[in-house]
Design a binder for this molecule. Sequence first.
Ligand SMILES: Cc1cc2nc3c(=O)[nH]c(=O)nc-3n(C[C@H](O)[C@H](O)[C@H](O)COP(=O)(O)OP(=O)(O)OC[C@H]3O[C@@H](n4cnc5c(N)ncnc54)[C@H](O)[C@@H]3O)c2cc1C
Length: 370
Amino acid sequence: RAQAGAVNIQLTKAAQHAGLHFAPDPSSQGACTIGGNVAENSGGPHTLKYGVTVNHVTGLQVVLPDGEVLELGGVEDEPFGYDWVGLMVGSEGTLAIVTEVTARLTPLPQGVRTLLAVFETLEDATQTVSDIIAAGIIPAALELMDGLTLQAVEAAFGYGFPLDAEAVLLIELDGLEVELDEERERVEAICGRHRAREVRRAQTPQERAKLWAARKKAIGALGRLAPSCVTQDGVIPRSKLPQVLREAFQIAARYNLQLANVFHAGDGNLHPVLLFDDADAEQVARVVEAGEAILELCLREGGSLTGEHGIGVEKCALMHQMFSTSDLDTMKRVKAIFNPRDQLNPEKMFPDTRYCYESKKRLRRAAMGL
Ligand SMILES: Cc1cc2nc3c(=O)[nH]c(=O)nc-3n(C[C@H](O)[C@H](O)[C@H](O)COP(=O)(O)OP(=O)(O)OC[C@H]3O[C@@H](n4cnc5c(N)ncnc54)[C@H](O)[C@@H]3O)c2cc1C
């Protein structure tokens, strides 16, 4: 059991001596809390194989707005009846405050192979992603960093990433030792078919740790390129990665903004990062518009408004583009059962609330320098 305020990485560190870990590993895992992971149903690079928080939580202690404490689920999965734990996970703090979490820990894999594949074009990298999955291989992680991200990471940490590549894939395979070398060769062959310039193998645990540190610190490193950056979070069908990324760059160009991409490519979870200067109101306005245009693109292509960062305040106005009025009304009725006076996170998730409208107005006013 973990207290809601425990930092994600602490849980994994505490379990390591027993050969276990907490599988959801957000890139923010050095700072984010287990309670926040439950609220957002967070994932991470290893979600592709291991799933998101809801797959790793069997019980919750929560407090309702009137102070009532509920124990939901337990050490075993809930045997029958409503899945209260499933309802709470991902509810963004709008139903109850999570105070304690019973987590299902996952054995550390017997073996791991970590590869860095370097591509001349983003298109080749994204086609490789689709083909790896189409070949029936489920890597533990399949992450993409584009050229601009590589420049930022390299400037910050000097890991030796190629500065002239359009993209790299960080590919991790794990499982039984006996299977891994063959699987790695299959993945390397697919990379080769898509003209990978080079596929580097992490030869030691230290090299693997270095690659992961680069990936997990990439968004922080992007802070070197501009005074501010905003990370969007949308999902698209994996097969549409090449087209959607192309269109996302077109959107950024239309709004005269720099765009970097560092994301969970294996599950089509995009993180387009828009770079800007938040002291310039006109730039802020363009960032707001461009971010919305990218999310609308994800929806048009059959995707979702969020993969793991949630809706929060920022995206509540877009909810009606993804859900019908009756879907949203049903969600609000569920919220009213637990949080009838809207005391918990009243400004989050739902469109057309006073808060959503006002926060939108505030953003626009700030953008216009008013
Ligand atoms: C650089 C960076 C990288 C990231 N990478 C990932 C990633 O790989 N995968 C991913 O899923 N997310 C990622 N995130 C998003 C974020 O870190 C996660 O969603 C994380 O789980 C949020 O946890 P937190 O403790 O920071 O929550 P906060 O940001 O403090 O809160 C998030 C929301 O949860 C609610 N909340 C927090 N605690 C509780 C509680 N105990 N009970 C009820 N509601 C609560 C808050 O009210 C708020 O609405 C990233 C963020 C950053 C900045």
